[in-house]
Design a protein around this ligand. Structure first.
Ligand code: CP3
Length: 357
């Protein structure tokens, strides 16, 4: 039905198959560091207007691909679309990040939540996915994504970002049953959301567990890992070479790579606080590993960027018995608005050059 991809390195690497170069994409590769993004966003008027307009969301998705030879595109949207569709009222305050008008604070608030209707409430996301697939014309695969249940719960309970996550952790400690109820309904929503993105054309899926690493190990296993395990087990994604790979990314998840590799997911994304070689060893070769250049490396000079790309590539290869198979290069977390696009070009070229067979 669909014609073959012109560049399938990213999907091959996720299947741990040989590739000519290590594939690379960047978390937050579309965004404010690009002047063309700032222009489109100004045209849209606000971030949410941009995300809710499939043509403009498609335009900003493609912008980084016009500049850099990236091996994957990622849907331009946000993880907070699910809680917004649950009725929490997402808005953005400049310089302060995302906020909710109606945060979830009590068991009664939680009892009122339901799984949004993907065909109506989140239709704009699926329309963006199908528009991007059409415009990509199989140049590279398109990644769809969602926040992890724990990370979404953090924003839903805190009502926005947080320094210490005191409210959401206290709720988990004081009323674990209510927290599990919140995580359960959110998990159902994430599974429906990722399934709908896949049906609309997403060729790989990533869960962002941005805040799993703020938990103690026992709480991580109870409130974050458990729900990612459920998603990896229950999300329908096809079989064999048609299988849509699922990547579990988390900040501060180095200690849990073995557990994450056992979930049945196809890839695990790590940050820069673990050596890639160590991540591969802990994963036992069960998954592809994605990562993990410290994003701050992009502020360094080109020679230093190349040197640190080389270190990350070599660490992976050395931990993987001398082979580069199963590595997807990325940053260890997202890009920042004040980064220099020319440095991104240096990084992407270095990944391809230094990993060429
Ligand atoms: O990677 C990509 O290029 C795809 C787009 C993408 C965005 N958000 C666009 C965005 C993705 C994958 C996300 C995920 C996301 N959103 C996460 C998980 C990833 C991570 O960084 O850990 C989180 C925690 C959010 C919540 C969120 N949304 C934050 C913290 C912010 C930044 C607020 C700010 O002003 O800095 C947003 C808004 C947002 N999402 C922007 C972009 C490009 C900036 C908004 C703007 O253009 O004004």
């Amino acid at each position: 039905m669909s014609s073959p991809l012109k560049n399938d390195r990213f999907l091959r690497a996720l299947r741990r198959e040989p590739v000519d170069h290590t594939p690379v994409w960047l978390m937050r590769q579309a965004g404010r560091y690009l002047p063309e993004y700032r222009a489109t966003r100004a045209q849209a008027g606000s971030f949410m207007n941009l995300a809710k307009n499939p043509e403009l969301a498609c335009e900003v998705t493609l912008q980084p691909l016009r500049r850099f030879p990236l091996d994957a595109a990622i849907l331009f949207s946000d993880i907070l679309t699910i809680p917004d569709a649950m009725g929490l009222g997402l808005y953005f305050v400049d310089g302060e990040g995302p906020k909710f008008e109606r945060p979830v604070r009590t068991a009664a608030d939680i009892a009122r939540l339901g799984v949004p209707d993907m065909a109506t409430d989140l239709r704009y996301v699926m329309d963006a996915v199908s528009t991007i697939r059409r415009e990509l014309d199989n140049a590279v695969p398109l990644i769809g994504f969602s926040g992890s249940p724990w990370t979404l719960a953090c924003y839903m309970v805190e009502g926005g970002g947080s320094k210490d996550f005191a409210r959401v952790k206290a709720l988990a400690m004081n009323d674990p049953a209510a927290m599990h109820q919140l995580l359960d309904v959110t998990t159902d929503a994430v599974i429906a959301y990722l399934s709908a993105q896949r049906a609309a054309g997403a060729q790989a899926l990533q869960l962002f567990d941005t805040w799993g690493g703020v938990l103690s190990p026992s709480m991580y296993r109870e409130f974050s890992l458990r729900y990612m395990q459920r998603i990896a087990a229950e999300l329908p994604r096809g079989e064999g070479s048609d299988r849509t790979p699922l990547i579990l990314f988390g900040k501060g998840n180095g200690a849990y790579v073995a557990d994450l590799a056992d979930t049945g997911a196809e890839g695990v994304g790590v940050d820069w606080t673990i050596d890639l070689g160590e991540a591969v060893r802990r994963s036992g070769g069960k998954v592809a590993i994605q990562g993990n250049l410290d994003p701050v490396t992009l502020y360094a000079e080109p020679d230093a960027i190349r040197a640190h790309v080389g270190r990350a590539l070599d660490s992976y290869r050395d931990g993987n018995g001398g082979s580069r198979e199963g590595h997807v290069f990325n940053l260890g977390h997202g890009m920042s608005p004040d980064m220099n696009p020319e440095h991104v070009a240096v990084m992407v070229d270095a990944v391809h050059e230094l990993s060429a067979r």
